[in-house]
Design a protein around this ligand. Structure first.
Ligand SMILES: Cc1ncnc2c1ncn2[C@@H]1O[C@H](/C=C/CNC(=O)c2cc(-c3ccc(F)cc3)cc(O)c2O)C[C@H]1O
Ligand SMILES: [Mg+2]
Length: 214
């Protein structure tokens, strides 16, 4: 049977990227998505905004919602100091299997914990299962109707502390209107919009950075 797009993306990484070189993995995926097959990775343009937020925060504990093929996982993990940890949640087993191989090809498996499961099931278990009290950075890139309920769930589970940054992809395209309205109007967040473009296209999209005020 025909291979899947994530399988073809992984093949492109194994063919064109150097083992242990995260930047070459990022470049190989961007080239594949720009010249062969579009895929819903954050991409190179929005990716540099993600990089700047990670570099500014120097986070110890990062949570990513929606791993997909692991592109943003690699982007974030490559910037973390060795002691820091990135937990990424992905409930599609096929995507998780591809992402594990992409992360390993980049040589970042010791900084990344890929958990196969739904965010709503695992967010309440961060303390008892991973010993995580609070996160420094949360990257939201999963189903768009999950951004708001999961943000409220993270608040209720005490996973956000004064200064925790939520960075949300796709706030214009496909769009997350309920989430945007919440973080932009809540007195518990200081929110700002980083205008950019939908990955590998000229369509507008952007990231919303929201700092939890406690
Ligand atoms: C609740 C939950 N828990 C764990 N993993 C979850 C989850 N919900 C989704 N996931 C996993 O995250 C991934 C989902 C990501 C959803 N992202 C998207 O739907 C998405 C879509 C587009 C897009 C834009 C314009 C177009 F014309 C077409 C598509 C662009 C993007 O950057 C996206 O992130 C894969 C899925 O298995
Ligand atoms: Mg996205």
């Amino acid at each position: 049977t025909r291979s899947t797009r994530p399988q073809r993306l992984l093949k492109a990484v194994q063919k064109n990227a150097t083992r242990g070189d995260p930047q070459s993995v990022i470049s190989a995926i961007d080239h594949f998505c720009r010249h062969s097959e579009w895929a819903m990775n954050i991409g190179d343009e929005k990716g540099t905004i993600l990089d700047s937020v990670v570099n500014e925060l120097n986070p110890e504990k990062v949570l990513e919602l929606g791993t997909y093929c692991g592109y943003s996982t690699v982007r974030i993990a490559r910037l973390l100091p060795p002691g820091a940890r990135l937990i990424t949640l992905e409930f599609n087993g096929d995507y998780a299997a591809i992402a594990r191989q992409v992360i390993t090809w980049a040589g970042l498996e010791d900084r990344v914990q890929l958990v196969e499961g739904a965010s709503e099931d695992w967010i309440p278990r961060m303390k008892e299962h991973f010993g995580i009290e609070t996160f420094d950075l949360v990257f939201l890139d999963h189903w768009k109707d999950r951004y708001l309920p999961d943000t409220k769930l993270m608040e209720d589970c005490g996973l956000l502390r004064k200064g925790t940054v939520l960075l949300a992809d796709n706030v214009i395209c496909p769009g997350v209107p309920d989430y945007l309205q919440y973080v932009r109007n809540s007195l518990s967040y200081k929110s700002c919009y980083f205008k950019s473009h939908l990955e590998y296209t000229k369509a507008e999209d952007g990231l919303e950075k929201s700092v939890f005020l406690g």
